[in-house]
Structures are given as C-alpha cells and as structure tokens.
Ligand binder design. Structure first.
Ligand SMILES: Cc1cc2nc3c(=O)[nH]c(=O)nc-3n(C[C@H](O)[C@H](O)[C@H](O)COP(=O)(O)OP(=O)(O)OC[C@H]3O[C@@H](n4cnc5c(N)ncnc54)[C@H](O)[C@@H]3O)c2cc1C
Length: 396
C-alpha cells in the first residue's frame, strides 16, 4: 500500500484524480485494475468526507433515462459481489425498493418499467393489494401501481469510498489526504498538471471528481459549469414499537420524500426539496427541528407509524445540481486531458461503481464502451442539449 505524507507528494503522475469521494476512488480503483500507470488521488479533506459520507445510500434501478439504468445495473452487480470484486465485505443491504409516482404519471411508470426490464432490471409493477402485503406499515390507499425491485436496497457511501481507495492503494495508487488542488496547469489547450497547497504535480491527465466544489475549481481554469449547490436534510428515527421493520426503500413522489429502514431498528427519511444556493464549506451541520418535523409529517402520510417514532438525529449535506439533474462526464472541450466527473445531483452513490468503470474506459481507450456517456458530455448545456428522458417524471 502506498502512503504519502505532505512532504513526499509525487511531482509527476500519469493520472491525477481530484477528490476521494465515491467517484474519485471508484475511478482510481478501475484505473488501477487496468494498470494505468502512476495514479495519484488527492483530497482536501479525507476519503468519503464530502457528500459521499452523508449519503442516504439508496440503491435502485428506477430511472427514466436508459443510460442511468445501465449505470445502476452494472453497479448493483458490483454491490452484490463486493467481496469478490473489491476484496472487502461491503455494506450492501438488500431490502427491496418501491417507486411511487404521482397518480397522473402511472402511464409513464409502466413505460419506464418496460424500458428497465428490457435492459435487464428485475422490476415488476405491483398493485395496491400486493403493496399492502409487501409493506403492511404503509398506507397505499392512493396508489394504483408501484414499481417493485426486489434486489435493490441501500449501502454506505463512506464505506464504499474507503473500500475502493484501499483496493486501489493495494494496486499501487498513491493517496494524499488534506491536499487541496488550488489551480490547474493548462498550456496550449492541454492540461499539464495541478497546483496543490502541498506542491505541484505534473500530469497529462487530470480528473476532477470534486463534487460540490467543482465549479470554482474549473472557473479558475476559465470554464464555467452550471453546477449549483443545494442543501438537504435527512431524519434518522428509531422505529415505533409497532412497526414491522425491515421495510423496503421507497421514493414517493406523492409525499415528496424517500425513505428506507436503517439497520434493524431505525428508519431514514429524506426530502425531495432542498435550498439553493449554499456554500459547501459552510452549511448547517445540524438539521433544524422544524425541517425534520415537516419532512417526517409528509412521510407519515405514507408510513403512519412514523408519528410515534423517536427522532434520533438529522443528517445534512449538499447536492451538486445540474440543470437537468444529471452528471457531467467527459473531457472539458478545448482542454485536452482535463476530465470532469461531477454534478451527480443527489443521485451518485448508487451508480458510482459504474461511473468509475466508464471514466477509466474514457481515459484509457478514448471512449467509454460499457455505457454510452456521450449524452452526459460537459458541453451539453452550452449546446442547448440537456438530457430529457422520453417518459421523464415531473420531479425527475
Ligand atoms: C444528504 C444526501 C443524501 C444522498 N442520498 C443519496 C442516495 O440515497 N442515493 C444515491 O445514489 N446518492 C445519494 N446522494 C448523492 C451521493 O451521495 C453523491 O452523488 C455522491 O456521493 C457524490 O460523490 P462524489 O465523489 O462526486 O462527491 P463527494 O463525495 O462530495 O467527493 C468530492 C471530494 O472532493 C474533495 N475535494 C473538493 N475540492 C477539492 C480540491 N480542490 N482539491 C482536493 N480535493 C477536493 C472533497 O473533499 C470531497 O471528498 C446523497 C447526497 C447527500 C448529500
């Protein structure tokens, strides 16, 4: 395992990855597996301490844009076989997952499920009676159909980032924590390295996997990205005594909440809504009691027993939102060797294993082959070509 202290930061690298969240570490893992040369990962903090360590960790296949389903499917296979693939036990818990949409979007739900099944997802439409049997704690009187994925569940963002990083380090990747990229070296329209607060590293390839901190870093290099930071709060509750527990994860458009069981006796509830703008270096670390109450109140419409559940704590965090709520993946136009992997808009954890794979293909082969990432190109907003899924939901 290669360890680095600040005085021995390498001066050169074949690839420098900025950020040790799930994205940067997944890229490092996949590049190391392909023996991509001298790989250096730096993080201004520690591994998994950005959005990854605050993630609710839901893992589901339900997307309306096919490439995202493909990312989720590749990733699910890795989460399910973590020990074999990454070499550590992993934190994936299979609870099942249900997607509930607005009643007027049921036709879209059916079409999206058909598309997902065509891509290989295990998902079925279930009606009110089946939902009641599956989740006796839920009130589903207003639900005509839900999309049920028996194999989905949740995982742990900090755990996944730590696992990816240690596997990458075992294969020779060099990691420097508490090392901040302050500028990018660009010459003749090519990136040639990065300046950090601990010294400079020359490299023909730099990948920015810097989450909510990406915009200012790229602005400094003369490239403005439409990434906005959005503040979110999540409630962790202790199950009420009469809850059956072991519940499915759920994304519910009607209450505008998502929720899942947390370990055997807890429950997590998150919110669709967030506040913009927010400073990713200076946001409230403690969720407000009023906000948590309001989120739980909405979730109670679906899970009435939550009314009796004790609030244990709140989690706060920042999403890196793009205008179409989809990530920016690929080379920055006009700056050869500078790649972007950011803007995951509150949905990146579940697809991070696949994102590392496609980014490694892009960097080493010039093109991602596992999934076509062309639609996610960073220039799409300047080209007025945001991603719009065929059967997109109003709150996608
Ligand atoms: C509250 C919350 C709930 C979420 N729930 C879910 C969910 O249920 N399911 C799901 O799939 N996704 C979820 N997400 C989203 C998911 O967690 C993120 O999309 C994912 O973790 C992003 O990973 P990342 O590696 O891009 O970013 P981050 O984890 O933020 O990592 C970026 C890293 O870059 C480092 N960095 C930044 N700038 C620099 C610099 N200049 N130099 C060096 N290092 C730098 C930071 O220190 C940080 O460690 C949630 C996010 C939050 C906040």
């Amino acid at each position: 395992m290669t360890l680095v202290n600040s005085s021995s930061l390498p001066k050169t690298a074949d690839v420098v990855i900025l950020g040790a969240g799930v994205m940067g570490t997944s890229i490092a893992f996949h590049l190391s597996k392909r023996k991509a040369g001298k790989i250096v990962v730096i993080d201004k903090d520690h591994v998994g301490r950005g959005g990854s360590g605050r993630s609710s960790g839901l893992i589901r296949m339900h997307y309306s844009f096919p490439a995202e389903v493909e990312f989720a499917l590749i990733s699910l296979r890795m989460f399910q076989n973590w020990q074999e693939v990454v070499g550590t036990p992993g934190d994936f818990r299979r609870t099942g997952f249900v997607r509930i949409v607005h009643p007027n979007e049921t036709a879209r739900l059916k079409l999206n499920v058909e598309m997902q099944r065509g891509l290989g997802a295990t998902v079925e439409l279930i009606d009110k009676t089946q939902l009641r049997e599956l989740q006796p704690d839920w009130n589903v009187d207003d639900v005509e159909l839900g999309a049920y994925e028996p194999d989905s569940g949740y995982g742990d963002g900090a755990g996944a980032a730590g696992d990816f990083l240690s596997a990458a380090r075992d294969m020779g990747t060099i990691y420097a924590s508490r090392t901040q990229a302050t500028a990018l070296h660009i010459h003749d329209n090519c990136v040639c390295g990065v300046v950090t607060d601990k010294g400079a590293i020359s490299s023909p390839m730099v990948i920015a996997a810097t989450g909510p901190w990406t915009r200012p870093l790229l602005q400094e290099a003369g490239y403005d990205l439409p990434i906005e930071c959005e503040y979110h709060q999540v409630a962790i509750l202790r199950n009420a005594s009469d809850m059956k527990g072991g519940g499915c994860a759920c994304i519910d458009s009607v209450t505008a909440t998502y929720f899942r069981s947390d370990a055997h006796d807890k429950f997590l509830v998150g919110d669709f809504y967030g506040k913009r703008p927010v400073d990713p270096d200076n946001f409230p670390q403690r969720a407000s009691d009023e906000s948590l109450e309001e989120i739980i109140e909405r979730a109670c419409r679906r899970v009435p027993n939550l009314e009796e559940a004790e609030v244990m704590r709140g989690v706060t965090g920042v999403y890196d939102m793009t205008p179409d709520s989809r990530p920016l993946l690929g080379e920055i136009p006009g700056i050869r060797g500078l790649h972007l992997c950011a803007g995951f808009s509150g949905m990146g954890f579940k697809i991070s294993p696949a994102i590392g794979l496609v980014m490694s293909e892009l960097v080493l082969d010039g093109k991602a082959s596992s999934v076509d990432i062309g639609p996610f190109r960073p220039s799409r907003f300047a080209e007025n070509a945001p991603i719009k899924a065929e059967y997109e939901y109003v709150d996608d």
